[in-house]
Design a protein. Structure first.
Length: 188
């Protein structure tokens, strides 16, 4: 099943779960489907923000309170853990607002934030803000992409007619040319 088919079948639940686990592709597809009128864009944004926020909050608490769990140990044993923790300690607020947009840091960041000195209320507030911004930006990108495709489709439709006319004239010209050649230049 394609992402588009999954979202079309399961609707906003798919957007929320997809935002949590798959991220941008699902949310952008939700925006595209909102453009088609299959679901309201504001509800796509809300579902994406809630799904993203909830999973990141879960990962934060996992890092904070279950440091001996296999997932937290797996994250803290990676080479990237030290670099991510150093970024967090230097600038926690910008990092919390931006990690969703950093490729490859989506899962490791909230767990690492949980192991850091960042207070959970601070993370929770910034997490809600960041999830909302991310959901609006990514779903709007999908919506605008669909708008561009629609506009390009209308333009392509005109170009297709022009191309079809050129091909038809060329084929008719070739047939007429071959017929004229046979008439006026018979083969020996």
């Amino acid at each position: 099943m394609t992402i588009e088919g999954f979202i079309a079948q399961y609707g906003l639940l798919a957007v929320g779960l997809g935002a949590a686990f798959e991220g941008e592709a699902v949310v952008a597809t939700g925006g595209l489907l909102a453009h088609r009128g299959l679901m309201p864009l504001d509800q796509v944004m809300l579902a994406a923000a809630v799904g993203s926020c909830m999973l990141d909050q879960f990962y934060f608490f996992l890092g904070r309170y279950l440091r001996d769990s296999w997932l937290v140990r797996r994250v803290t044993s990676r080479a990237t853990y030290g670099r991510v923790l150093a970024m967090i300690e230097r600038n926690p607020t910008p990092f919390i607002l931006a990690f969703r947009f950093m490729w490859g840091l989506r899962t490791v960041s909230p767990i690492t934030l949980g192991t850091s000195q960042v207070a959970w209320p601070r993370f929770a507030i910034l997490n809600v803000i960041a999830a909302a911004l991310w959901a609006v930006i990514v779903s709007s990108a999908g919506y605008l992409f669909a708008t561009g495709l629609t506009a390009a489709g209308a333009e392509l439709h005109r170009i297709e007619h022009l191309a079809l006319a050129v091909v038809a004239i060329t084929v008719i010209g070739a047939i007429v040319g071959l017929a004229m050649r046979r008439i006026f230049m018979p083969m020996p």
